[in-house]
Design a binder for this molecule. Structure first.
Ligand SMILES: [Fe+2]
Length: 201
């Protein structure tokens, strides 16, 4: 039996339907993924998570910037810088993700899932009554989470020896540590201006 006839005997496995996009829906056609979803390594999954946290941080800093605009305009500049650095972090993560053959979509999916979880946390924590201090407290948790995740990624990267990821961690960790310090200082500054004996509103 030749190779080609062996191949022809393989049962036909239809591609898995993964969803319907706008254009395909108009044509009444489902879209298919070309390959089964790639299994991610712990390292690749962690890269997706830090990328998703950077995406979530962009939304969070925008939201807190709006809360601080009237109450503490002097803190808005630092939030804007954090927002820009979160955008740059996402871009640099994506640049590495694009070099990982066959895993790009799965890592992006991981990032999107993390971003979604971050958006849900933001929605739960900050409601219509939230003030700038609430916003900075939320960012303190979020930035601490980013620092922690980047250090986990660095530990895995040190063992794996991937130089692109190692460079990315070396660039990102001091920035995330500064973000955490700044939002923590912002919280303390706003707390100092509050009357501890006033009724909490
Ligand atoms: Fe950050």
């Amino acid at each position: 039996m030749t190779n080609s006839s062996q191949q022809s005997l393989r049962p036909f496995a239809p591609p898995r339907v993964v969803g319907i996009d706008g254009a395909s829906a108009l044509a009444g056609l489902p879209i298919y993924e070309e390959f089964d979803m790639a299994d991610l390594t712990n390292l690749e999954s962690k890269l997706g998570e830090v990328m998703g946290l950077a995406m979530a941080a962009q939304t969070a800093t925008e939201k807190v910037s709006r809360l601080a605009a009237d109450e503490a305009p002097e803190l808005v500049e630092s939030l804007d810088r954090m927002n820009g650095e979160a955008t740059e972090t996402e871009r640099r993560c994506m640049a590495v993700v694009e070099t990982i053959e066959g895993k790009k979509t799965a890592i992006q999916d991981e990032a999107a899932a993390t971003k979604r979880k971050g958006a849900e946390m933001l929605k739960i924590y900050l409601d219509d009554d939230s003030d700038a201090l609430d916003g900075f407290e939320f960012l303190t948790m979020a930035e601490a989470g980013e620092v922690g995740h980047w250090k986990v990624l660095k530990t895995m990267t040190d063992r794996d020896g991937d130089s692109r990821l190692s460079e990315l961690c070396t660039w990102a960790i001091p920035i995330q540590e500064r973000h955490f310090a700044e939002v923590n200082q912002g919280s303390v500054r706003l707390a100092a201006a509050e009357d501890p004996a006033a009724v909490s509103g």
